[in-house]
Ligand binder design. Structure first.
Ligand SMILES: [Zn+2]
Length: 569
């Protein structure tokens, strides 16, 4: 089979759409997904499809977002985002002009990233895109004891999920010789010295505001001792390189801070190649200068004391300074986000994985079906607000629901099913669409008679209704509770609505093909029940809406047992 004639045009329209949605860079997987959804038969030609998509993406990604939107408006206006005019945008950035913004995403690969990191990554990325600039991903992996490949790999996956495509990726550990060079410039100028005082004495003197005697050495001696530090002559804790700061400064961070320490720990990329490793503030300052970063957007937790130190290091090394914008931190109310708390829960076995639904790691949110677009919208929502933002989970769910609702199929799920008999209910065949609002949506059939499964929770509420009250089985029939049993009521739907009684969903108990369902809930408990037989068609990873229950994502299917995770209502 050959690719259709207009295939490249089709690919191009979806590429433009995806790129315009994600700040100018299209994602190959997403584009292929759209193309195959339109023509499933092309799955057989996946190699050719993939090659065409790759070539179109490389051409489209070179265009500015404005050009992409312009072309898409001409080629396929129906794919343009709706309500574009009303769409919120990030507030303008100070000291920024088109084409001259360079930002960075600087994670330490020592943990799994959570929603706060995601929003911070996105804000830096979105600003670079907004100003037609660049955004670099920089792994701050200069702490060999904490940095792990597992975390770096996980963050790369997270960024990919979020739709972030950095213009360059750097691991600082691969730039140690360059950092040594900058340290040596300081030593030569008498601005840094090797100190042998040890942690205790250093802390004491720093507290009292006195410099140690190591300060008195000349540059030559410091340089010799530094070289010995590099060669591994001094064991960890015995020697450090310190900045000649100000021991009387009110800002204690400025009191001869440590720039390099000795550690013989194995580094996940560099192995045992280096004995001296830079501390965060030194590595950060030099890298920001050398990489040509123009804007730093970070959480106000960072504080202003360290900004003074970093500015000082840049001044001494004649490196450019950046516009620093500190925004308030983000929290999700009630969520476990503190590394300390998470570790404790891991240790006592409450949680076993980093994508546990009780966590707000990007992994957990992805698992719960939180769409990349939702993260983008949240990032705009918080923008650069200087005050702390406390997200309600409901806000995240509301944004996500707007994205899921138009595309997720509906199925009937009955939690803790109770079998009831509705006397006189006529035999009937019902045909319902998988999605009521999607044109051409497939239907599924129900064969109902007198026996039904209803959710235990609804049964309890029905029991409390006044005798004779009308209850509706959604899309099926009305019944009444009379003398402890249930009887069919031929009342029309409209009259039922006027009555304002209870609506419940259901499953036909005669159906022997019902699926057994397990849903992992946000609190770690499992909801159990039955779903209609058509649920067997749901694919792993697919998000569906269990009517009147919530959006759920299928994780596993084993025979007739399907395991979902609850997204939100
Ligand atoms: Zn000393």
């Amino acid at each position: 089979m050959e690719l259709p004639k207009d295939f490249e045009a089709t690919v191009r329209k979806y590429t433009l759409q995806n790129a315009a949605q994600f700040g100018g860079k299209a994602n190959k997987g997403a584009v292929i997904g759209k193309v195959l959804a339109e023509s499933p038969s092309l799955k057989a030609e996946i190699k050719e499809v993939s090659a065409v998509v790759a070539s179109v993406i490389s051409s489209v990604n070179r265009l500015s977002v404005d050009k992409q939107v312009e072309e898409l408006t001409k080629a396929a206006p129906e794919l343009l985002e709706k309500k574009k005019a009303e769409k919120k945008d990030l507030p303008p950035l100070k000291n920024a002009s088109m084409g001259h913004v360079v930002t960075r995403i600087p994670p330490e690969p020592s943990k799994y990233a959570h929603i706060g990191h995601a929003l911070s990554f996105l804000i830096n990325y979105m600003y670079a895109r907004k100003y037609g600039g660049k955004c670099y991903l920089r792994f701050e992996d200069t702490n060999p004891e904490l940095s792990k490949k597992e975390y770096a790999d996980s963050m790369l996956e997270d960024l990919d999920y979020l739709g972030i495509k950095p213009d360059k990726t750097v691991f600082i550990s691969s730039e140690i010789p360059m950092l040594y060079m900058h340290a040596e410039r300081l030593i030569k100028h008498g601005s840094a010295f090797v100190c042998f005082c040890g942690v205790e004495k250093m802390r004491e003197l720093r507290h009292e505001g006195f410099g140690c005697s190591c300060r008195q050495k000349d540059a030559k001696q410091s340089m010799d001792e530094w070289k010995e530090m590099l060669s591994g002559k001094y064991p960890p804790g015995h020697a450090v390189l310190r900045l000649m700061g100000n021991m009387q400064s009110k800002n204690h961070v400025m009191r001869d801070p440590v720039l390099f320490r000795v550690t013989f720990s194995e580094h996940h990329l560099q192995g045992r190649k280096y004995n001296a490793w830079p501390l965060y503030d030194f590595a950060n300052s030099v890298e920001d200068g050398v990489m040509g970063i123009t804007h730093i957007m970070r959480s106000s937790e960072f504080g202003t004391m360290r900004t003074e130190l970093q500015d000082n290091i840049k001044t001494m090394l004649k490196l450019p300074k950046q516009t620093v914008i500190q925004y308030g931190r983000f929290n999700v109310k009630g969520a476990v986000a503190q590394g300390r708390e998470i570790r404790k829960m891991m240790e006592d076995g409450t949680i076993k994985t980093w994508d546990d639904p009780r966590l707000v790691t990007i992994k957990a949110l992805k698992r719960r079906g939180i769409q990349p677009e939702t993260f983008w919208e949240l990032a705009i929502e918080v923008g650069l607000s200087p005050s702390e933002t406390n997200f309600d989970w409901q806000l995240i769910a509301a944004i996500n629901r707007k994205i899921l609702d138009p595309k997720c199929n509906r199925y009937f799920y009955v939690e803790n099913p109770k079998e009831v008999s509705i006397k006189g209910a006529p035999k009937r065949k019902l045909e319902l669409k998988l999605h009521p609002d999607v044109e051409g949506s497939k239907s599924r059939q129900f064969h109902a008679a007198e026996q039904f499964y209803l959710p235990e929770k609804d049964m309890a509420e029905i029991a409390k209704l006044k005798a004779g009250s009308l209850v509706r089985l959604m899309d099926c029939l009305n019944f009444k509770r009379q003398n402890g049993s249930f009887a069919f009521d031929s009342t029309e739907y409209e009259r039922y609505r006027m009555g304002g009684s209870k609506m419940v969903h259901w499953l036909p108990a005669e159906d022997k093909e019902l699926m057994e369902i397990r849903v992992l809930m946000p609190d770690g408990t499992i909801s159990k029940g039955l779903a209609e037989s058509a649920a067997s068609e749901i694919k792993t990873g697919e998000i569906v809406q269990f009517v009147r229950f919530g959006f759920c994502r299928l994780e596993k299917k084993e025979g007739r047992v399907m395991s979902f995770i609850y997204c939100h209502n």
